[in-house]
Design a protein around this ligand. Structure first.
Ligand code: SF4
Length: 382
């Protein structure tokens, strides 16, 4: 449980130009006449915000970070955001970090200036692959030259930028590694997130892989290339501070830290989740249910529950071990005074996956990269 009065807020915008073949996020393609939909959605977001303020938030809470993600927030004209942001910023302070995800293909000057005027401090852009052919195969309407143009437009206004990449798409990974590494070194964003492609989920790409229409690089080879990328980024001055996240010194994501440290956050919007003093919830994944919710009771949740002490401990370990530095023993003791922390540390650090050193429990260097096996082990022993 987090007893201090700071909180992070996530706002989910579930609209995209089209659906990428690997995507399992809650997002819906827009059409020519989506304006009514945007208007209805932002009206529902306003209602949910009022619900959260009424039931969870006293004005004494201070906002440590705000994150607008999706979906593709930049496909919605900025005028729809204004009333919502005014309410958020009236209820709270301006947060130290305010991030918005944008798509290089859809971001307009008006959108970027609007964000800037409302105190946005950080932009996150999806590049995924520097190869136009690959982007076309996965139905992502974007090109490298468009990405670079958008990046320089964003750079003129924002001094903190994240670039997302995916390792393991259907392409030459050697080429992905060389081109992406060169591009990051040249553009020098403050932050870079690199995800290894997951195809186990029900996505068009996952189905194509299962029925043999697309053959992907093996997981072992993808991990090898990911490891090379770690070194490439390290040489360019980036530190891998979390399994999938790299930053220049002092530029780690404040918002994502709140997830990894299981601090309080609230999620607003269809499919968004939150964790608030042990109460965990996930909103409905159905857009029509969300648009029709009255936000008077708990019917807009897909899931809600007050975590037991064991669940809180399990989540704390799973999330904290994603961080390179791991989990600080004193914090573990302070948060879970009733747990047999010492015994647990002995068991975990006695395994081949983890070490305990300088007061921190963390994954060792090998299993920080090959972490699937380490988390399966953790699932078995906890
Ligand atoms: S832009 Fe992002 S959220 Fe939208 S379909 Fe593609 S991966 Fe999914």
């Amino acid at each position: 449980m987090d007893n201090n009065n700071s909180i992070s807020l996530y706002i989910h915008i579930p609209f995209c130009v089209s659906k990428c073949a690997y995507c399992d996020f809650t997002s819906f393609p827009i059409s020519q006449n989506s304006n009514q939909r945007f208007s209805d959605y932002f009206s529902a977001l306003n209602h949910e915000l009022m619900y959260l303020i009424k039931h969870h938030l006293s004005p004494s809470y201070s906002l440590s970070s705000l994150y607008i993600g999706g979906g593709t927030p930049s496909v919605v004209p900025f005028k729809y955001y204004k009333p919502l942001l005014e309410k958020v910023l009236h209820q709270f302070n301006h947060p130290a970090e305010f991030t918005c995800e944008v798509n290089p293909g859809s971001v307009s000057r008006e959108f970027l200036h609007g964000l800037k005027d409302y105190g946005c401090t950080r932009i996150s852009m999806g590049m995924q692959s520097p190869n136009d052919d690959t982007l076309e195969i996965v139905n992502r309407h974007q090109t490298l030259s468009r990405f670079i143009q958008a990046y320089s437009k964003i750079r003129a206004l924002f001094s903190n930028v994240n670039i997302d990449l995916i390792c393991g798409l259907p392409e030459s990974l050697q080429e992905w590694f060389e081109k992406s590494g060169d591009l990051v070194a040249k553009l020098a964003p403050e932050h870079c997130s690199i995800y290894i492609l997951e195809t186990e989920k029900e996505t068009p790409l996952g189905n194509q892989v299962r029925n043999g229409a697309i053959v992907l690089p093996t997981f072992e080879y993808t991990t090898e290339i990911f490891e090379l990328m770690i070194w490439r980024l390290k040489n360019a001055g980036y530190r891998q501070y979390e399994i999938s996240n790299f930053s220049l010194p002092g530029c780690e994501s404040i918002h994502n830290h709140c997830y990894w440290e299981t601090k309080n956050y609230l999620g607003l919007g269809v499919s968004a989740g939150g964790y608030f003093n042990g109460f965990r919830y996930v909103n409905t994944h159905s857009l029509s249910e969300y648009l029709n919710a009255d936000f008077e009771n708990e019917s807009h949740y897909d899931y809600h529950s007050v975590n037991s002490a064991e669940e809180n401990l399990r989540e704390f370990l799973f999330m904290g071990l994603r961080l390179k530095e791991g989990i600080f023993l004193d914090e573990l003791n302070a948060k879970f005074p009733d747990a047999s922390v010492e015994k647990m540390i002995n068991v975990l650090s006695g395994s081949k996956y983890m070490i305990f050193s300088n007061g921190y429990l963390r994954l060792n260097d090998y299993y920080f990269i090959h972490n699937r096996e380490a988390f399966e082990y953790l699932l078995d022993v906890l």
